[in-house]
Write a protein that binds this ligand. Structure first.
Ligand code: NDP
Length: 243
């Protein structure tokens, strides 16, 4: 599987954490995978190399999600380098927490640029090239559902925007059989949660944080034929954290 011109999945922010797990899982499920990164070419290449070692097809693309032209270039490069676009996973996101008076404008602007503007541009660019019946999957957060704790205001605002965007776009994409859904993970063990795992696990009904592959399993379902009737929804996957 995964030879050139196989159906393609583009994973924005696929070099580490949840995105890397999703890229790996979609490759295992038979899609050729293009994954973007911004700061860690080494990590991106390691993910791609592992996919190739497993017999899959993978390419890496440097594309800052704050740069609309770069996102459009990544979509085009995916189709040219792998094949017709079947799945777009909009995962790239950044997290900063600070109390209201400590939020700097440049931090606010960067989070809006990557977590909101970047998501919109990615959905717009991907939907132009997606096959009919294709899939768009965004990664929001459970903080869009219930308070994320002090300092989470900007991050939660950006993730609420993603959930609303997905709901509003579903009817627009539906005539082409394209579905769009949003996964809202709770705390997952990645670089974002490093140093906070014990505190987060203690607050969770399941007494642990999630694993990236558990988020990837839901993404794999949403990408599959089985999920063809599901669109416009946000699915919270958080071990009961936000109950
Ligand atoms: P990581 O910090 O572990 O990984 C982030 C990934 O996104 C990396 O591949 C990184 O690339 C990429 N990325 C970051 N900024 C950009 C950018 N400007 N352009 C392109 N790629 C970028 O994060 P997680 O895996 O934890 O998070 C992934 C998503 O899941 C995010 O949207 C996050 O908000 C969300 N999420 C995470 C939760 C968690 O507990 N971990 C909980 C809920 C939601 P590079 O390696 O090149 O820097």
């Amino acid at each position: 599987h995964g030879s050139p011109t196989s159906p393609a999945a583009l994973v924005l922010g696929g070099s580490r954490g949840i995105g890397a797990a999703i890229a790996t899982r979609l490759a295992r499920d038979g899609l050729g995978v293009a994954l973007t990164y911004v700061s860690r070419p080494d990590q991106a290449e390691a993910v791609a190399a592992a996919i190739r070692a497993g017999g899959g097809h993978a390419m890496t693309i440097r594309a800052d999600s704050a740069d609309a032209g770069a996102i459009e270039g990544a979509v085009d490069a995916t189709v040219a380098g792998i094949g017709p676009l079947q799945v777009a996973v909009v995962n790239a996101g950044i997290y900063h927490a600070a109390p209201l008076q400590d939020v700097r404008l440049e931090t606010l602007d960067r989070m809006l640029a990557v977590n909101v503007r970047g998501v919109f541009v990615a959905v717009q660019a991907a939907s132009r090239r997606l096959r009919d019946g294709g899939r768009i999957i965004t990664i929001g957060s459970n903080v869009a559902v219930r308070g994320g704790g002090s300092g989470s205001s900007v991050y939660a605002m950006t993730k609420a925007a993603v959930a609303t965007l997905v709901r509003e776009l579903a009817p627009e994409l539906a005539p082409r059989g394209i579905t769009i859904n949003n996964i809202q993970p709770g705390p997952v063990e990645t670089d974002i949660t490093a140093g906070r795992l014990e505190m987060l696990a203690a607050r969770s009904p399941l007494q642990r944080v999630g694993r990236p592959d558990e988020v990837a399993a839901l993404a794999a379902y949403l990408a599959s034929d089985d999920a063809a009737y599901m669109t416009g929804v946000s699915l919270t996957l958080d071990g009961g954290f936000s109950i």
